[in-house]
Design a protein around this ligand. Structure first.
Ligand SMILES: CC(=O)N[C@H]1[C@@H](OP(=O)(O)O)O[C@H](CO)[C@@H](O)[C@@H]1O
Ligand SMILES: [Mg+2]
Length: 582
C-alpha cells in the first residue's frame, strides 16, 4: 500500500524540503520555519509547532500497532513510512537530550526477506536505544489520535538542554526500499532541528562502531573501522601464523560482501559468494537460513567455490555462522560454538597473563544448546548467565563484568572489554616492559588487547567475528573439525507457528517459561517431562510468528522433533492458530 498523499494545506507552504530525490518534496521543513539555532527547549518548540506537526504526522497508512521488538521496528517496507519519519524525529530528540551527542538510525530488516524493512535506533556509545526511549518510541509511532501530544510526552522524558545541537548518523543496507525510508528518516531529523550525517550503505555493526568511535573521539571515517580490524587481526595471527585453510563466505546477497572485500587483503584464501546483486536477499542463504535449516546455502554467484570451510553472514552482516561442508550436508559451528571457543581462549590468556582478578562472564539465551552451557560452566573462572533473547538483553547482562562474551546460537555476538579491563591489561603489560616479547605473560596480555581491538566493542559483528574466529583457530592450531568436537550438541528443533495475536503469549524466566496462557504452559511441561529434555515457546520480536524450541539428549533421536511438533500443535490450538491446521 502506498503512503497517503500529503494534506493539501502542507502543499501550499513555501518552506519545502529537498528536492528532486524525495517523493516527500511537498512536505514542509519545520526547522526552516522555526530556526533551532537557539531553541528555547524542544518542549517549547513542539508546542509552538503544534499545528504544523498536525499536518505532517498521521497521514501515512500503518496497518496496526508496531512494537519495538527484539531489534527495532520491522514490517513490510511500505507500511513503515510514518514510523520511520517519526523515528527520525525521535532520534533528533534523543540527540538533543544528550546535548548533541550523535544518535544512530539503521535502516535494515537484517535476516528478514527483501520486501521487509525496519529501523533500529542506536545510542551515542554504540549500544542499543535506552529502555525508556524504546517505550516512548513505541508510544509515539503508534499515536494516531494526537501525534503532537505523544511527541510532547516523549520529549518530556529528559530535561532537554537549550543549546543541544542534534546530530543523527544514518546507515542502511541493500534493500530497495531503503532509499524512501532514509529520506523519511532524514525529514524527521531535520524537522526537529537536527543535522543528518549519512553513513551510506553499511553493515549494522559499522554504524554502531562509527557512533562509538565518534563519541570517544577515536575515529571518524569508515576506513578507520577496516584499519582497526586489519591491524588487530594482524597482531593476533603474527604470534603464530598457521596457514589458514581456504574459506568461502556466503554474504546472503546483502551488504556484507562490501565489508569482506575491504578486509580481503588480510585473508588471502577467501572466496566471496552471494553478493548484493547476485540473488534475493536472505533467500535460502545467509546465517539465519543455514543455522535454522542446517543446510548448505543456495549459491547464486556464477562460480561455486570448492572449499570445505564456509561462513555465512546475514543480510546486514551482524551475524555469522561457520560450517564444514560434508557429504550429504553440513556440520555447523553456530554462535554457541563461537562462545565456547572464544571464552576458552580468553580465560586461558587471562590466567597466563596474570589478570585472573578480572571477572569474565559469558551470556547465552534460552536457545543456547544445553551441551554448550555445560561446556562453558566447566571453564575455570567463567560465570555463565542467561539473558532474554535479543542482543540488547545479552549486552546488558555482560556489561556488569570486566570481560563479557555473548553469543546467540544464530551467530550474533561479540566480546566486550570494559574500560577498566583494557586499562588493567595495558598497565600490566607496561609493567613488563623490560621483559623480552617472548615472555608468555606478556604475549598473553598482548593477545587479550588484540582481541579487545578486533571484537566490535559496540555490538556483534559478523565480519569482525570471522577474523576473530580464524585468528583463534590459527593460534590454537585447531581445525574446524577439532573445534566442532569441543562438545557434542544435544538434539534440538525449531518450529514456527502463526497465530492471530502472538501477544497472548507472555513469558518469564528469560523466555524459558510461559506465564500465560496457563494451558500452554502446562502443555509444554507435559510434552517435555523427560530427563534431559526441555522446551519453550515465545512470540518472535521480529516476525509475526510464535517460535517453539525443543531440546533432547543425543541418545533420544527424534524426541526433539516430536516435542516441538506436539507443542506447536498446542500453540495452534490454544492461541488462535492461523493457516493450515498442524
Ligand atoms: C530465535 C532467534 O534466532 N531469534 C532472533 C530473532 O529474534 P526473534 O525475536 O526471535 O524474532 O532476531 C533477532 C534480531 O536479529 C535476534 O536477536 C534473535 O536471536
Ligand atoms: Mg542481522
Amino acid at each position: 500500500m502506498h503512503p497517503l498523499p500529503p494534506p493539501t494545506s502542507s502543499r501550499r507552504r513555501e518552506t519545502q524540503v529537498n528536492s528532486k530525490s524525495s517523493h516527500l518534496g511537498d512536505f514542509i521543513n519545520l526547522s526552516t520555519r522555526y530556526p533551532y539555532e537557539h531553541p528555547p527547549t524542544i518542549m517549547q518548540a513542539v508546542s509552538d509547532l503544534q499545528s504544523d506537526l498536525n499536518s505532517l504526522l498521521g497521514h501515512r497508512s500503518q496497518p496496526g500497532p508496531l512494537s519495538y521488538g527484539t531489534a527495532g521496528f520491522r514490517g513490510k517496507a511500505e507500511t513503515l513510512h510514518e514510523a520511520v519519519l517519526r523515528c527520525g524525529m525521535l532520534a533528533a530528540c534523543r540527540s538533543h537530550s544528550l546535548a548533541g551527542r550523535a544518535v544512530g538510525v539503521m535502516v535494515t530488516a537484517s535476516h528478514n526477506p527483501a520486501p521487509d524493512n525496519g529501523l533500529k535506533l542506536v545510542e551515542p556509545d554504540g549500544s542499543m536505544l535506552h529502555k525508556d526511549w524504546e517505550v516512548a518510541a513505541t508510544e509515539f509511532v503508534n499515536a494516531f489520535d494526537n501525534p503532537p501530544a505523544a511527541l510532547a510526552k516523549m520529549v518530556k522524558l529528559e530535561d532537554v538542554p537549550r543549546q543541544g545541537k542534534a546530530v543523527v548518523l544514518i546507515g542502511w543496507d541493500t534493500r530497495k526500499s531503503s532509499a524512501v525510508l532514509v529520506d523519511l528518516a532524514c525529514q524527521g531529523v531535520e524537522v526537529m532541528g537536527g543535522t543528518v550525517i549519512k553513513l551510506g550503505l553499511v553493515t549494522t555493526p559499522q554504524l554502531h562502531f562509527s557512533l562509538r568511535a565518534r563519541d570517544r573521539k577515536e575515529a571518524s571515517a569508515l576506513e578507520d573501522y577496516y584499519t582497526a580490524l586489519r591491524r588487530a587481526f594482524g597482531k593476533l595471527v603474527r604470534e603464530k601464523r598457521a596457514v589458514l585453510p581456504p574459506l568461502a563466505v556466503d554474504c546472503a546477497n546483502g551488504v556484507g560482501a562490501v565489508a569482506i572485500d575491504a578486509i580481503r587483503s588480510a585473508l588471502p584464501a577467501i572466496a566471496v559468494v552471494n553478493r548484493a546483486n547476485d540473488g534475493p536477499l536472505n533467500k535460502n542463504c545467509g546465517a539465519d537460513f543455514v543455522q535454522k535449516q542446517r543446510k548448505m546455502p543456495e549459491i547464486y554467484s556464477k562460480a561455486v567455490p570448492k572449499c570445505k570451510m564456509w561462513a555465512s553472514l546475514d543480510g546486514d552482516a551482524d551475524r555469522l555462522v561457520m560450517f564444514e561442508k560434508r557429504d550429504g550436508g553440513i556440520a555447523l559451528a553456530d554462535g554457541d560454538r563461537f562462545a565456547a571457543l572464544v571464552t576458552q581462549f580468553i580465560s586461558k590468556h587471562m590466567k597466563q597473563g596474570g589478570v585472573g582478578g578480572l571477572s569474565l562472564a559469558v551470556a547465552q539465551t534460552a536457545y543456547s544448546n544445553g551441551a554448550a552451557t555445560e561446556f562453558l560452566s566447566k571453564l575455570q573462572g567463567v560465570q555463565v548467565v542467561t539473558a532474554k533473547t535479543g542482543v540488547k538483553h545479552l549486552e546488558k547482562a555482560v556489561r556488569k563484568f570486566d570481560i563479557g562474551v555473548y553469543w546467540e546460537p544464530n551467530g550474533h555476538g561479540t566480546v566486550l572489554f570494559s574500560d577498566k579491563a583494557v586499562g588493567e591489561l595495558t598497565s600490566a603489560k607496561a609493567k613488563l616492559a623490560g621483559e623480552h616479547d617472548g615472555s608468555q605473560q606478556k604475549r598473553s596480555l598482548s593477545t587479550l588487547l588484540a582481541v579487545s581491538a578486533l571484537a566490535n566493542q559496540a555490538v556483534g559483528d559478523g565480519v569482525a567475528d570471522l577474523l576473530l574466529i580464524l585468528a583463534i583457530l590459527s593460534r590454537e592450531d585447531m581445525t574446524t573439525s577439532e573445534w566442532l568436537r569441543l562438545y557434542e550438541e544435544r538434539r534440538s528443533s525449531n518450529v514456527v507457528v502463526r497465530v492471530t495475536d502472538k501477544s497472548v503469549i507472555v513469558t518469564e524466566d528469560c523466555d524459558r517459561l510461559v506465564k500465560e496462557p496457563a494451558a500452554l504452559r502446562d502443555a509444554i511441561a507435559k510434552a517435555s517431562d523427560e530427563e534431559g529434555c526441555r522446551a519453550f515457546v515465545r512470540p518472535s520480536g521480529t516476525e509475526d510468528v510464535v517460535r517453539v524450541y525443543a531440546e533432547a539428549p543425543v541418545k533420544r533421536e527424534g524426541k526433539a522433533n516430536e516435542m516441538a511438533l506436539e507443542i506447536a500443535r498446542a500453540v495452534y490450538r490454544l492461541c488462535g492458530g492461523v493457516g493450515e491446521r498442524l
